[in-house]
Design a protein. Structure first.
Length: 348
């Protein structure tokens, strides 16, 4: 009986202890509210369209002397995805067919021009895209500014620190043209969305050091810090550092935004959740062919799956361990101990 009373006293003392401990805890950090603008996940490696992939596969069984213009176009796309840029360029520049309508093909062409330093051709291609997609004029014009900065860097031998990527953004940053506009105005939100759209196209397939792209993200971060949210700016500066580890301006701004988060009890934004790493085997066509039951998977899903999805088919492990509340688990153990104690006292 004495043992039973002692156990009951212990159980009654536990809730006040937990309440005391919870009352002593500091207020947990939270995310900075960002209702007007947020980064979505950056698609750095878009899936190869099924029809394009099937066409590339069919080229293996077709003599090159029998190729038509579309065959040459898709072979150039394959070479670009395999990073054989000079060979890819030799095919692209000879083509006399529409290369603008297919957005995936267009992205590989522009990547090839960029990787081979054919910035004049890149600007011409972007201007063609502008006439084809006038509804995206603002974001395409921003990409033309990036290509123009690359050209100036190459031809005028300017250092990156002497360059400005977004000339159209300078009135905003210098606060001369938009001084009467309040921060977070609709104009600022639209500008941020167009910058976001432009930079998303620029980073497709890219994972190498790119100082111009790093500078572009730094300027984007400056704009976001001034007109929208420091959480947005932190992500932009972090991406800038990803493309250029020596970008001291981005590093300084990251440190300043961290100080702001600490002072306001905010959580650091998760960069990896929106800007994931590049998979170097993403476009390994040989690996695709070696995977068993590929046709069945395509029929089941109704689309051509990504390589990482296919590779995951054979190695999926479900986690059946439920999430545990440690306090509830501790109480449950004590209750079990109480039951065993009562049972022991009664049997004794």
């Amino acid at each position: 009986m004495k043992t039973l009373i002692a156990v009951l006293i212990i159980l009654l003392a536990i809730p006040p202890l937990f309440a005391q401990r919870n009352s002593d805890l500091p207020e947990p950090p939270s995310n900075e509210p960002t209702p007007l603008f947020n980064f979505e996940i950056f698609e750095r490696q878009p899936a190869v369209p099924e029809h394009l992939y099937e066409h590339i596969r069919s080229l293996e069984n077709k003599k090159r002397t029998n190729w038509n213009a579309k065959d040459s176009l898709y072979y150039a796309v394959e070479l670009s995805l395999l990073e054989a840029f000079e060979n890819s360029l030799n095919y692209f520049v000879r083509l006399k067919i529409d290369t603008i309508a297919n957005r995936f093909v267009l992205a590989t062409i522009q990547r090839t021009f960029r990787e081979t330093n054919r910035f004049n051709r890149l600007i011409e291609n972007l201007e063609q895209e502008l006439t084809y997609y006038p509804e995206h004029s603002e974001s395409i014009n921003l990409r033309i500014e990036i290509a123009s900065a690359r050209l100036r860097h190459k031809e005028e031998h300017l250092r990156v620190v002497e360059l400005t990527v977004f000339e159209s953004l300078q009135p905003w940053l210098l606060d001369t043209l938009f001084i009467e506009n309040k921060p977070k105005s609709r104009l600022a939100i639209n500008k941020a969305r167009n910058l976001d759209k432009a930079l998303r196209r620029e980073i497709l397939f890219s994972d190498k050091t790119d100082r111009i792209l790093s500078l572009a993200f730094t300027e984007f971060g400056d704009f976001l810090k001034m007109y929208l949210y420091k959480s947005n700016a932190y992500i932009a500066y972090s991406i800038a550092r990803d493309f250029d580890k020596r970008n001291s301006n981005a590093f300084k701004n990251i440190k300043e935004t961290k100080d702001y988060f600490n002072d306001n009890n905010y959580l650091y934004p998760s960069v990896v959740s929106v800007f994931k790493n590049i998979n170097p085997d993403k476009y390994s066509f040989q690996t695709y062919k070696e995977i068993d039951s590929l046709d069945i998977i395509i029929k089941e899903r109704g689309r051509f799956p990504d390589l990482d999805e296919l590779l995951a088919q054979s190695d999926i492990r479900k986690d059946h361990l439920p999430w545990l509340d440690l306090e509830k688990a501790f109480l449950f153990i004590l209750i079990l101990m109480l039951v065993f104690t009562i049972f022991f006292v009664r049997t004794k």
